[in-house]
Ligand binder design. Structure first.
Ligand code: NAD
Length: 542
C-alpha cells in the first residue's frame, strides 16, 4: 500500500512536430513508412489474457490509398473468443484493481514516454498506412493526442482521488473511488488511433479490466497500440483485444451478468442499437452498466458579415477536408453572409484548385483516401444525389476514383435550401454544403442552425463583432458540445478543450477530462466516528 501522498508529474501537451522539408523527423517517418510498407505481410493476433490467439479465418489489411497492397492479415474470432476475453478480463480483475494507483499510473506514463520516443514513428507510420492519414494528421492523432490522453488522464485520476468530502469534529469522512464491478466493453471507431487506445486505457487506468473491439479497418495500428501497452508493462488480461463481428461481441457481452460498462465511440445508429440491447438485457446484470458514447456530428460554421473572408475560407477548408472530412468534428455545413460570399467563394475555389490528393507517402498531398469501399460508395452516392438535384451547385470537386485507392475530391456544394439533405445528414467524407444567407437574417440563421440537424457536436462562429459573438454563443448553447470562436471546429486538444457533444452526438462525457474518468469508478463513502455514542437517548428527550 502507498506510504506517501504522491504527486504525479504535471502534464504538458506534447509538442507537435512539423515534418517540414529538411527535418530529420520527415526523413525518419518516411523511412519508417517505407519499411512497414515493404516488409513481409504481418499476422495480427487477438490478445486474450496471456495468449496471442490466431485462427484459420484471416482478414486482409490494406492501405485505403493503395487497396491492392496487402500489409498483412488479422485473425477473425467467434463468440467463443468473446467469452474467453471476458473470462480473461474477470480473471485479471482482482490483482489489477488491488494494485496501488501509482503503479497503474506509472504504466501509462511509461507508455506515454515510449510513444513520445521510440514508438512515435512506428505509431505514426502505422496510422498513415492503416487509415490513410498524412504525416501531420497522424502526428496530431497517433502521437500527440494519445500521449496527452495518457499523461493528462493520470493527472485527472489523481484529481479524482484527491476530491474528498468535508468533516465535522469527531468524524472523518472518506471517499474511495473503486473500479466498477465486472468488466468494461470498449468499442472503437476507425478514424482516430488515439481514441482507439484511450477508450480501453481510460477505463483500465481507473482499475477496470476491459474487452476491447477495435474497428476492422484500424487493426493495423491497433496492433501497435497493444505492443506499446505490453512494453509499458500492462499486465495480461487488463486489456483484451478481440477482432470479431460487432454483433457477435454484443450478443455475448450484453448477456453477461458481469457486464459493467460500455465505452463507445462510433456512429449514432450503432450506439442507439447497443443502448437498446443493454436495456433489453437489464435484468441480467449485477449492476446498472455505465453507458458512454461519443457519436456522429453535423458540425457547422457560421460566418457573420463582420468576419474576414480569408479566415472563413481557411476555417472551412481545414475544418471540412483534413483527414478527408472523416473527423466527427469536421465542418460539413456552412452559413455564409451574402456580403462575404463573393470573396469567400473566390478563395475556396482558388484553394480547392491547389489541394493535392494521393498517397500519404508523398508529403505534398493534403488529401488522402477515405477509409474503405463502403465509405467510398456512401460518399459517392451522396455526390451523385447532389448532382441530380435542382437546388444545389457543386463549386469545387465532385469526382471520385477507386481504381488505386478510395479517392474522393474535396467537394463544396452550395444550396439555396437550408434544409437540403446534405445540410442535415452526416456524410463522413470530404463534402461541405454551404448556404448563403441575407446579412439581415443573422438572428434567424442562428435559430435555423439550432433546428436543422439532430446532432450537437461541434460548431464555429466567425465574427469580429463582439455583440454578434455573444448572441450566437447564447442562441447556440445546445447546438454543440465544443464551440469555436474564430477558429475551425476541429482539432480539440486534451487538457484544453475537453471533447464531446450532446443530442444525437453522444452522452457528452468529455474524453480527455476528469468527467470521463468519473464514469469508470463507483465511489464508496466511508464515515468513521472516533468516539461512538453509548446511549440511544437524545438530549431533547430529557
Ligand atoms: P461505426 O459506428 O461504423 O463503428 C464503430 C465501432 O462499432 C466499430 O468498431 C464497429 O465494428 C462497431 N460496431 C458496429 N456495429 C456493431 C454492433 N452491432 N455491435 C457492436 N459493435 C458494432 O463507426 P466508424 O465508421 O468506425 O466511425 C465513424 C463514426 O464515428 C462517425 O459517425 C463519427 O462521427 C463517429 N465518431 C465520433 C466521435 C466523437 O467523439 N463524437 C469521434 C470519432 C468518431
Amino acid at each position: 500500500m502507498p506510504k506517501g501522498v504522491f504527486q504525479v508529474p504535471v502534464p504538458v501537451n506534447e509538442p507537435v512536430r512539423s515534418y517540414a522539408v529538411g527535418t530529420a523527423d520527415r526523413e525518419n517517418l518516411l523511412n519508417q513508412y517505407r519499411a512497414m510498407y515493404n516488409q513481409a505481410p504481418i499476422d495480427v493476433p487477438m490478445y486474450i489474457g496471456s495468449e496471442l490467439v490466431r485462427t484459420s479465418d484471416k482478414r486482409t489489411m490494406s492501405p485505403p490509398h493503395d487497396h491492392k497492397k496487402v500489409l498483412g492479415h488479422f485473425n477473425w474470432g467467434t463468440k467463443q473468443h468473446v467469452s474467453q476475453a471476458i473470462d480473461a478480463a474477470l480473471a485479471a480483475k482482482g490483482r489489477w484493481s488491488a494494485l496501488a494507483w501509482e503503479q497503474r499510473a506509472a504504466i501509462f506514463l511509461r507508455a506515454a514516454d515510449l510513444l513520445a520516443g521510440p514508438y512515435r514513428m512506428r505509431m505514426n507510420a502505422a496510422t498513415m498506412l492503416a487509415q490513410s492519414k498524412n504525416a501531420f494528421q497522424a502526428e496530431i492523432d497517433a502521437a500527440c493526442e494519445l500521449i496527452d490522453f495518457l499523461r493528462f488522464n493520470v493527472a485527472f485520476m489523481q484529481q479524482i482521488y484527491r476530491d474528498q468530502p468535508g468533516n465535522q469534529p469527531g468524524v472523518w469522512n472518506r471517499l474511495e473511488y473503486r473500479p466498477l464491478e465486472g468488466f468494461v466493453f470498449a468499442i472503437t471507431p476507425f478514424n482516430f488511433t488515439a481514441i482507439a487506445a484511450n477508450l480501453p486505457a481510460s477505463a483500465a487506468m481507473m482499475g477496470n479490466t476491459v474487452v476491447w473491439k477495435p474497428s476492422d479497418t484500424q487493426v493495423y495500428s491497433a496492433h501497435v497500440i497493444m505492443e506499446l501497452f505490453r512494453e509499458a508493462g500492462l499486465p495480461d488480461g487488463v486489456i483484451n483485444m478481440i477482432t470479431v463481428e460487432g454483433k457477435d461481441a454484443g450478443d455475448v457481452i450484453f448477456s453477461h451478468p458481469d457486464f459493467a460498462g460500455l465505452h463507445f465511440t462510433g456512429s449514432t445508429g450503432v450506439f442507439k442499437h447497443l443502448w437498446k440491447e443493454i436495456g433489453t438485457n437489464i435484468e441480467k446484470y449485477k449492476t446498472y452498466p455505465r453507458i458512454v458514447g461519443e457519436t456522429g456530428g453535423k458540425d457547422f460554421v457560421i460566418a457573420h458579415p463582420s468576419a474576414n473572408p480569408n479566415e472563413v475560407a481557411t476555417a472551412l477548408t481545414r475544418g471540412a477536408f483534413e483527414f478527408q472530412g472523416q473527423k466527427c468534428s469536421a465542418a460539413s455545413r456552412g452559413y455564409i453572409a451574402k456580403s462575404l460570399w463573393p470573396a469567400v467563394k473566390e478563395r475556396l475555389i482558388q484553394d480547392g484548385a491547389t489541394m493535392k490528393m494521393g498517397t500519404p507517402e508523398d508529403f505534398g498531398n493534403f488529401i488522402n483516401a477515405v477509409i474503405d469501399k463502403r465509405a467510398f460508395d456512401k460518399i459517392k452516392g451522396y455526390i451523385e444525389y447532389i448532382k441530380s438535384q435542382p437546388d444545389v451547385e457543386i463549386i469545387t470537386g465532385g469526382n471520385c476514383d477507386d481504381s488505386v485507392g478510395y479517392f474522393v475530391e474535396p467537394t463544396i456544394v452550395v444550396t439555396t435550401n437550408p434544409k437540403f439533405r446534405t445540410m442535415c445528414e452526416e456524410i463522413f467524407g470530404p463534402v461541405l454544403t454551404l448556404y448563403v444567407y441575407d446579412d439581415a437574417q443573422w438572428a434567424e440563421t442562428l435559430h435555423l442552425i439550432n433546428e436543422t440537424s439532430e446532432y450537437a457536436l461541434t460548431g464555429a462562429i466567425l465574427s469580429h463583432d463582439r455583440y454578434a459573438i455573444e448572441q450566437a454563443t447564447r442562441v447556440l448553447e445546445g447546438a454543440c458540445g465544443n464551440l469555436y470562436i474564430n477558429d475551425k471546429p476541429t482539432g480539440a486538444v486534451v487538457g484544453q478543450q475537453p471533447f464531446g457533444g450532446a443530442r444525437a452526438s453522444g452522452t457528452n462525457d468529455k474524453a480527455g477530462s476528469y468527467l470521463n474518468l468519473l464514469r469508470w469508478v463507483s465511489p464508496r463513502t466511508i464515515k468513521e466516528t472516533f468516539v461512538s455514542p453509548v446511549d440511544y437517548r437524545y438530549p431533547f428527550l430529557g
